[in-house]
Design a binder for this molecule. Structure first.
Ligand code: TEU
Length: 565
């Protein structure tokens, strides 16, 4: 029996930038409700909402002060119930964002803990003196609390204190949060930095520019115990879905976190495939090599029982600006359009659950800000401070920051060419990209050649193909900017019974703006197939009457899926 999260595509909504319904410049839940029919029309099967719980919004909601209430910025609990019910009517499941490594310092638990109220003293991690750990936001990981007279740990912002899972009451509180939302009708959770919950020791860490102390808390055994307990006691009884966001995870760690027999998470988000052209996580650029992308993808595709497939989210830059070509964005027939479609072919022909981030389906690009003053993300500003300390000149700092800033993905959704792109009647919390006049949902919805229409076709293509959903992955070819891989159904993979008649689908991708010749032997083997997907006008693999040995040439940014029976 196929589980829904292998059959469906998940759409990520960043509520504050999706649709504002009351003119305060921030997206909200009623805004999402109004757009539900369009999401159903896209063909996705579940919606993952970034946090909408009560929060002081220091880290845009990933700093939660009350897990069981909706922040007025986004609406009310009644709105949330209407969203869950409205989505259900359209066959859409709702997945909430579970942030349990840390809370906001304005959560009542933290306020009680700093006052040493009985039972709350060690809900968080307190010490008389800090160790040498650094935070994900490039600062120290400890802050002194005057009231308590001690330091507390925060792997992110100082207003995001880490919970202490050595206190069993903390896990009991988390079980209550999960049950509250599952009883409300959500289908599961995206679990935020879910692989750093258990701090094995608070000893000093090995000095590192990125994260000193990581070895003491990343993917520790205690973390696995927590996940097994939540799975056994809450998630399985509800049949709930989980995808873990797992910072800095490697393949061996990911196998332990998401292997089918491990009974922990259903799948995990890793970062490896999005850092092919980056050093120091995603912060310093280097040359992109398509062959390296294929090598990395092959490792994860063949190493994990099941993959979470994504190219964008609210922390990553826009994929068409990152791995594609965003020149001429919004203009039909440019390489922006064709490369956006190529990236859709990549995502929807790999093995795993595809996640589409809001705006990816219309090819939204990185922001058009000209300087740091328009950027809101605390991570970007902290990184600028760190690079300034390292004496990097301002132009170089901005050159790198504009590539990696999380605000690239957080500019308001571009609904139409009107004021503020139809996102808000007020002043948006973050600048709308100027290219919305050409690049917007309304301009694409009825255009069969648009990026949006192509996404709809790819979502349908995947849903109709057991070979794409369940077939094994094999890398085939990598030369210059061209990569190729195949998907082949094997008996064990199909939930619906014995293997198809050995169907094979070969995917070809040209990650460049130039024509690319495929070398003889490999190319010859292609001519026995038929084109199942193309992002160009190509209708046949070889013009009738052309010489059999003429080399096969891919157009710039051309993507093909070729089916062999
Ligand atoms: O992100 C955690 C995380 O791994 C990212 O911060 C990543 O490490 C960083 O961007 C460098 O690549 C999650 C949320 O997705 C993020 O929005 C939150 O800021 C963070 O946790 C804290 O909750």
């Amino acid at each position: 029996m196929a589980v829904w999260w292998k059959e469906r595509v998940v759409y990520q909504i960043y509520p504050r930038s999706f649709q504002d319904s009351n003119g305060d410049g921030v997206g909200d839940i009623p805004g999402i409700i109004g757009r539900l029919p369009l999401l159903a029309e896209l063909g996705v099967g579940a919606l993952w909402l970034s946090p909408v719980y009560k929060s002081p919004q220091i880290d845009n909601g990933y700093d939660i002060s009350d897990y069981l209430n909706i922040d007025p910025l986004f609406g009310t609990m009644a709105d949330m119930d209407r969203l869950i019910a409205g989505a259900k009517k359209l066959g859409l499941k709702i997945v909430m964002d579970l942030v349990i490594n840390h809370t906001s310092d304005e959560h009542e638990w933290f306020q009680k803990s700093r006052r040493r109220e009985p039972g709350y003293e060690d809900y968080y991690i307190w010490r008389p003196a800090p160790n040498n750990w650094t935070s994900f936001f490039m600062e120290g990981a400890w802050t002194f609390d005057e009231l308590r007279g001690e330091y507390y740990l925060h792997l992110f912002h100082k207003k995001q204190p880490d919970l202490n899972y050595r206190n069993p009451r903390v896990l009991e509180e988390v079980k209550r949060i999960l049950k509250f939302w599952l009883d409300r009708g959500v289908a599961g959770f995206r679990c935020d930095v879910i692989n750093v919950l258990w701090k094995e020791s608070l000893e000093d860490g090995k000095k590192s520019l990125m994260l000193t102390g990581l070895e003491h808390y990343k993917c520790r055994e205690g973390n696995h115990e927590i996940l097994k307990t939540l799975r056994q006691e809450v998630l399985d009884p509800y049949g709930a879905f989980t995808v873990g966001e797992t910072a800095m995870v490697n393949l061996e760690e990911a196998k332990l976190l998401s292997g089918a027999a491990r009974r922990e998470l259903d799948m995990v988000f890793y970062f490896d495939h999005l850092e092919v052209d980056r050093r120091f996580a995603r912060f310093v650029p280097k040359k992109f090599r398509a062959g390296e992308l294929l090598r990395r993808l092959a490792g994860w595709q063949r190493g994990l029982d099941w993959n979470a497939l994504y190219l964008e989210n609210h922390d990553q830059s826009r994929i068409v600006s990152h791995y594609g070509s965003d020149a001429g964005a919004g203009e039909t027939g440019t390489f922006w359009e064709r490369s956006a479609k190529l990236l859709a072919v990549l995502e929807f022909t790999l093995r795993g659950t595809p996640f589409v981030y809001q705006g990816q389906e219309i090819g939204m690009t990185n922001f058009d800000f000209r300087g740091l003053e328009r950027v809101k993300d605390i991570e970007t500003h902290n990184l600028d401070r760190l690079m300034k300390k390292l004496l990097l000149p301002a132009p170089l700092r901005w050159k790198w920051l504009r590539l990696s800033s999380r605000d690239n993905a957080r500019t308001p959704f571009q609904w139409d060419a009107g004021p503020e792109a139809g996102f808000s009647a007020g002043a948006p919390w973050l600048g709308v990209n100027g290219n919305h006049s050409r690049l917007n949902y309304a301009a694409q919805r009825d255009d069969p050649a648009s990026v949006l229409s192509f996404y709809k076709r790819m979502i349908r293509f995947r849903s109709e193909s057991d070979t794409i959903k369940y077939g094994e992955f094999r890398p085939l070819y990598a030369k210059g900017p061209v990569i190729a891989y195949e998907r082949r159904t094997s008996a064990g993979e199909r939930p619906s019974g014995p293997a198809a008649d050995g169907e094979r689908i070969v995917v070809l991708l040209n990650f460049s703006g130039k024509k690319a010749k495929l070398s003889g032997g490999f190319a010859i083997g292609l001519f026995g197939g038929e084109i199942a997907v193309s992002n160009t006008e190509r209708t046949a693999l070889r013009e009738p009457g052309s010489p059999p040995r003429r080399p096969f040439t891919l157009e710039p940014w051309e993507a093909l899926a070729i089916r062999f029976h």
